[in-house]
Write a protein that binds this ligand. Structure first.
Ligand code: FMN
Length: 169
C-alpha cells in the first residue's frame, strides 16, 4: 500500500484495516421502542463529541439499521459508555436481533431513553440533526442530561479486540 493511490477506489477491506488501527471506546446507543415495542439498543464505536456550546455529540449508523429507524421515530437517544467488564454487552447489542433489556438494570433518562445502570457514563440526547454519510447516517444529538455512573476502566476497541488501557505517566 502506498500513500498516493491516485483516483483508484479504496477497498473496503483496506479501509477497515486502516480505520481499525484507530483505537476507540465503545458505547451502546439506546432509545425508546415504538408503541408496544421494547427498548432498542445498538453497539457503536463511532461516537464522538462535536460541540461544547451548544452541547452536541454524534454517532454514525448504517442506513439499514433498525436502531437508526427507532432513534428517528423516538426523536431522542442515550449514549451509554461501556466499562471494561461489559464486553458481553458490546457483543449482545451488536446482534441484529436487538439484545433483551429484560435482565439489564436500566432506568428512563430525561428524554425517556433507557440509561444502562452499569455503564461508565451516559449522555441523554434529543435528536438534533441527521446528515447523509454514504451508506451511513450521521446522527447528531443535543445533550440534555449526562452523568458519571462508575469509576472503572472503559471498554476499548482496537483491531476487533478490547485491549486493556495502560495509563502512562
Ligand atoms: C465494537 C463495535 C462497534 C460498532 N460500531 C458501529 C457503528 O459505529 N455504527 C454502525 O452502524 N454499526 C456499528 N457496529 C455494528 C452494529 O452494532 C451492528 O451492525 C448491529 O447489528 C446493528 O443493529 P441493527 O441493524 O439492529 O440496528 C459496531 C459493532 C461493534 C461490535
Amino acid at each position: 500500500m502506498t500513500g498516493d493511490r491516485g483516483a483508484a477506489p479504496v477497498e473496503t477491506r483496506a479501509l477497515r484495516e486502516v480505520c481499525g488501527r484507530y483505537p476507540t471506546g465503545v458505547a451502546v446507543v439506546t432509545c425508546r421502542g415504538a408503541d408496544g415495542e421494547g427498548p432498542v439498543g445498538v453497539t457503536v464505536n463511532s461516537f464522538t463529541s462535536v460541540s461544547l456550546d451548544p452541547a452536541l455529540v454524534l454517532f454514525c449508523m448504517h442506513r439499514d439499521s433498525r436502531a437508526l429507524t427507532a432513534v428517528e421515530k423516538a426523536g431522542a437517544f442515550a449514549v451509554n459508555i461501556l466499562a471494561a467488564d461489559q464486553a458481553a454487552l458490546c457483543r449482545a447489542f451488536a446482534r441484529r436481533d436487538t439484545a433483551d433489556f429484560g435482565g439489564l438494570p436500566h432506568g428512563a433518562g430525561a428524554t425517556g431513553s433507557p440509561v444502562l445502570g452499569d455503564a461508565l457514563a451516559f449522555l441523554d440526547c434529543r435528536l438534533h440533526t441527521t446528515f447523509p454519510g454514504g451508506d451511513h447516517t450521521i446522527v447528531v444529538g443535543e445533550v440534555v442530561d449526562l452523568g458519571l455512573l462508575r469509576e472503572e476502566q472503559p471498554l476499548t476497541y482496537f483491531r476487533s479486540g478490547h485491549p486493556r488501557l495502560e495509563v502512562l505517566g
